[in-house]
Design a protein around this ligand. Sequence first.
Ligand code: URP
Ligand code: ZN
Ligand code: ZN
Length: 473
Amino acid sequence: MRTLIKNGTIVTAIDEFVGDVLVEGEKIIAVGAQLDATADEIIDAKGKYVLPGGVDQHVHYSFEFKGERVRGFETSNAAVAGGTTTVVEFVNQEQGKGMADTIFEMDKNEVAPQAMADYSYHAVVCDPVDKTFEEIADLPNRGISTVKLFMAYKGMPFHSDDEALYKALKAAKEAGVTVMVHCENADVIDLLQKKLVAEGKTDPYYHAVSRPARVELEATQRVINLAAMVEAPVYIVHVTAKSVMEAIRSAKNEGLPVYGETCVQYLMLEEDDLAKPNFEGAKYVMSPALRTKADQEALWEAFDNGWLNAISTDHCGFDWESQKHMGIDDFTNIPNGAPGVENRLGILWTYGVNTGKISRQRFVDLFATTPAKNMGLDHCKGHIGVGMDADIVLYDPNGSSVISNENSLHGVDYSTFEGYKQEGKVDKVFLRGKLVVDEGEFIGEKGDGKFIPGKPFALCFDDAQAAKELKNV
Ligand code: URP
Ligand code: ZN
Ligand code: ZN
């Protein structure tokens, strides 16, 4: 089956031009101006942007918090409807089980039959025994090239201490596995939480009070130092604050291979959202906590300079009524995390591109191209080019809509972006050549998504090598 997408404005991370994209089967086989090609189907994309399908390198379809589990891959159509064709899922290692075994058991039972977006996996260290660190060397053979550790969440099975971090960084460096870290000082948060609850300060707003930016900064600086000790690259996930971004910037200026992402919510939402009445604030409980306008501005400025290189969602499909209410009497029991995978493109286009904060090229870079490189998926994902998977979004810049949970596919009862205006809309989405969104409607099927193995020695290692060479000059 051949499809010719004609006369669209093709946007890549470095350029933009009016042209055609020829798709055969699952791949893009030609890109150019006025392609002289025959096709089974010709789509006129005049006036529309032709974007690579998004890569969200930070999602949770299996996360559990105090016994509450997020919605799973049966809701991954939300990603695709929002223009994200590849998601990278964090899988918490089961105690006593290998990380890859945990992942592929889940893959077989829950993910492969239900996925509607392509997907890859991050291993998450939860059982810090020697065998776990030894397994890191083998992860790339199983298509897993990233491993995550949580410095936060004291007392939870997925919390890691400094010993685990150091051991993981050392093993990962040799294997070409990128270590990703959730940076917050777990001990201090624990102390602050206990103090606040003892004082009767139990509302959702105190979630932010118990997790000030400095707990994120301290942990970020600590892991930067640990990584420097073993000369390993490190990737800081969901950066929220100006000070944390600046710590990454300083490390880069020192020549250290330190990288970071932020998430849509940290660019758009604020600490004050946690103070909404009638327990609405619980919808905004996520970790690290939401910050201030000044932090948002600093994060937007980080992109053009490469201080942060991706925008993710940290998508967590927890229900407000049936799950977040667990913490009605004590904010520490509110499941952490919020949905967002469906809104990444629309929000970034409207509040980033259309306000002039980022160019269309930078948008594509942050939304698809660099996340694919970070994850070792850039051999087939994140770019409109010959030989790439035909993951293509046709974005119609005309018209506008308002985000409403009623029209969302993420399977929960709220959206943190409820009422936000969006300019333009996702018109069509192709997943490896298959039309899965047409005129804005999801028409794909469960099982359309497939596992895409990540390659080791990904972007963070390229730059690590470059930094080393620079030092040796
Ligand atoms: O609050 C959040 N972000 N929940 C998801 C797990 C994590 O910390 O990434
Ligand atoms: Zn996290
Ligand atoms: Zn997360």
